[in-house]
Ligand binder design. Structure first.
Ligand SMILES: [Zn+2]
Length: 457
């Protein structure tokens, strides 16, 4: 007998960030992700708004992965009355705890500066973690009232999952973010093969990336060039995922003597903590990486790497003469330790600044990337004479062609009836919708914020 469920897009549609989807029957409300809306400010105004539903009526929250745009409003959900169960992989839970405990300082700072009540407080994070349970990949999880959930590897960051929710023998799959496979040590994205509905991301719905193979060559070139002129290479990097991929690639370049050995500093307390989780949770890495680990290689650690956790150690970096590499946060140079290094090294033409991740318009990193000759950092004018380089191949998202292939594979069973294209800028989502309709002849739509659909189960 057919039954009907409702699917509502409370966030994460017509936008990359703020993922928040609700699947409900007459007996149960399930949320998938509860992310932060991110723009020029860390906590933009939309995050302060009340949820459009009553959080205390939600029984279960399923979490795809630990990026802020998927977990950032969970403590607010708890603050506003959610008292149900939260499920994710163990990796996602552990990284989320680190990320939320780091983000609280921005929550409190921005609230203080704008003279408003913070969207949540430290106690809400403690409660969030107490409600949070972990689940393994490929395990049928009964979540009650006829629903079960199944986590597949999304290959996007450590612990990331595609979540298939099963009800009345039919499935809807929530992709979260889909990895740019093949990745260096994460497994490839698993396919969805028998779902009736698919709710997918579309960050790169309208474009493809630079070749993954090319990026390591480029990285090697930039390092060699900087070392040859005796300079310092600065790499602002996101603490979660981007930093670990970079360490993995540097490990290979250093240990196989493809670059001269110089001091390499990992100067970000947050990235150091996240890297510890990557070191602890290697069970789900791909075989190639596991073979390396088995052969005795510490894949995120190599000779010359110096981890500077305390600010005292960090301050000593500037006394290290000669060529060196500094990896630091924040990833878009809009705060953190990278600022002190940029202030010191940008005015000298022998140094180099390398962009490996997205920089949103308005961030200091973007302003520098756009080519201005002078910026203000912590109240001082800093002239930019250092070289600038960009490598775009580090994206953790699938490009447009691979997104389409993913849907093609999901459609092979002939069960797939509708694709909801979300988690992208409107032009990316609309472009992908059109490709799915034109090339695959499968019904697709890019929902509006707040839009609700009746699903036939
Ligand atoms: Zn993500």
């Amino acid at each position: 007998m057919g039954k009907s469920l409702k699917l509502t897009f409370y966030g994460g549609t017509q936008s990359v960030t703020g993922a928040n989807f609700m699947l409900e029957s007459s007996d149960k409300k399930i949320l998938i992700d509860c992310g932060l809306h991110q723009g020029s400010k860390f906590y933009e105004d939309k995050n302060y708004l009340k949820f459009a539903y009553n959080p205390s009526e939600v029984s279960t929250l399923l979490v795809t992965h630990s990026h802020a745009d998927h977990i950032g409003r969970i403590p607010k959900l708890v603050h506003d009355g959610f008292n149900g169960e939260i499920y994710s992989t163990i990796e996602t839970k552990e990284i989320a705890q680190i990320m939320l405990n780091d983000a609280i300082k921005f929550v409190l700072k921005e609230a203080r500066e704008e003279n408003r009540k913070p969207i949540y407080n430290e106690g809400d994070i403690v409660k969030t973690i107490s409600l949070w349970k972990s689940v393994s990949y490929h395990q049928d999880l009964d979540i009650g009232d006829g629903f079960s959930a199944y986590f597949k590897d999304a290959g996007h960051i450590l612990g990331s999952a595609i979540i298939e929710v099963k009800y009345n023998n039919q499935k809807i799959a929530f992709t979260g973010d889909l990895g740019n496979s093949p990745a260096p040590f994460l497994k490839d994205t698993e396919p969805v093969t028998d779902a009736k509905y698919l709710l997918m991301e579309s960050v790169y719905g309208d474009r493809n990336h630079e070749d993954v193979e090319l990026r390591k060559e480029k990285l090697k070139d930039v390092i060699e060039k900087t070392i040859n002129r005796g300079g310092t290479l600065l790499i602002p990097a996101f603490s979660l995922s981007r930093t670990q991929i970079l360490l993995y690639e540097l490990n290979d370049l250093v240990e196989n003597k493809k670059i001269p050995e110089v001091p390499i500093f990992l100067d970000s307390p947050l990235a150091i903590k996240v890297t510890e989780i990557y070191k602890k949770r290697q069970k789900n890495f791909k075989d190639e990486a596991k073979d390396l680990i088995r052969s005795g290689d510490k894949i995120f650690d190599f000779s010359g790497l110096k981890v500077t956790e305390s600010s005292k150690e960090s301050e000593k970096i500037h006394y290290v003469e000669g060529p060196k590499i500094i990896i630091a946060g924040a990833g878009m140079s809009d705060g953190g330790r990278i600022l002190r290094h940029e202030k010191k090294y940008l005015p000298d033409p022998k140094n180099m600044l390398l962009f490996i991740n997205y920089h949103s318009p308005g961030s200091l990193g973007r302003i520098i990337q756009d080519g201005v000759k002078e910026v203000e950092i912590n109240g001082s004018k800093v002239s930019i004479k250092a070289g600038l380089q960009t490598i775009t191949g580090y994206s953790g998202h699938r490009g447009s062609d691979e997104l389409l292939e993913f849907v093609e594979e999901a459609g092979r069973s002939k069960r797939l009836e509708k694709v909801f294209v979300a988690m992208g800028e409107p032009k990316s989502s609309i472009f992908l919708v059109q490709r799915i309709k034109d090339y695959l002849n499968i019904d697709a739509i890019s929902p509006e914020v707040g839009e609700q659909f009746e699903l036939d189960f």
